[in-house]
Design a protein around this ligand. Structure first.
Ligand SMILES: [Zn+2]
Length: 242
């Protein structure tokens, strides 16, 4: 894993521009113009947590560019530059504990981190790297026949990664956070936020949760998708659990 210090920062990071707003500074910086979103509702979200940890709020939005119901979980940050994690929905990993991927452990890590240090979890409803649940399951079937996660998506007629981070930019803008410490190993997320005018001044690595069942998947993420991770292949002495 590689922690990367923040790259050079423009003196004044432009925020998101309202559609058609004609913000010259933004256009000059080559930033994509997306409509602004607004906070729709904030409610307390009591969680079963350790004593002394921060309470969470669940936030919904109006005006998200893809029209989906993405949510943010917010724990009061200590600093003006909050920790932010973008997590894409993974029903099988987040809810059912699937070991095919590392989404479940990464989500748990994020929840613990944010409770201790504050921050914002953007939970994006883009299952299967944007291809949807049923298509993801179809891709799993192809993987059982030998394809890796990238080739399986492509064979189904989808991009290797169909996710967009415009809504993440909109959500952060609506929450008033335009300078963040992004928790990720994925350079595409950093690029995606910067393209929306959100400054990523710091990149914080996430854990790598290797299991015999997901090691090939993680290797594919490292080699073919550019994730800055080290994958220590479990030794052959680890037998598949019964
Ligand atoms: Zn997953």
């Amino acid at each position: 894993m590689t922690a990367r210090a923040g790259a050079a920062v423009e003196p004044q990071a432009p925020g998101l521009t309202a559609a058609g707003g004609g913000d010259r500074a933004t256009a000059a910086a080559g930033l994509r113009v997306v409509g602004r979103a607004a906070v729709r509702r904030r409610v307390a979200l009591p969680r079963q947590s350790l004593p002394g940890t921060r309470p969470a709020e669940l936030v919904t939005f109006d005006g998200l560019v893809d029209g989906r119901e993405h949510v943010a979980l917010v724990w009061r940050p200590d600093t003006a530059r909050p920790l932010v994690r973008i997590h894409s929905e993974c029903l099988t990993g987040d809810v059912f504990g699937s070991a095919r991927c590392d989404c479940g452990p990464q989500l748990s890590e994020t929840l613990g981190l944010m409770e201790r240090r504050g921050g914002v979890l953007l939970y994006l409803r883009q299952e299967g790297r944007g291809i949807g649940l049923y298509n993801k399951i179809d891709a799993y079937a192809l993987q059982e026949a030998g394809a890796d996660t990238v080739d399986a998506n492509v064979r189904l007629g989808f991009p290797a990664d169909g996710r967009s981070y415009e809504v993440a930019g909109q959500m952060l803008d609506a929450l008033g956070h335009r300078d963040v410490a992004l928790v990720t190993n994925n350079a595409e997320k950093v690029k995606g936020l910067r393209a929306c005018g959100i400054e990523v001044s710091e990149q914080v690595p996430t854990g790598v949760f290797v299991r015999p069942e997901n090691v090939d998947y993680l290797e594919t993420k490292r080699i073919r998708m550019g994730h800055a991770i080290t994958v220590d292949r479990p030794t052959s002495s680890i037998a598949p659990s019964a």
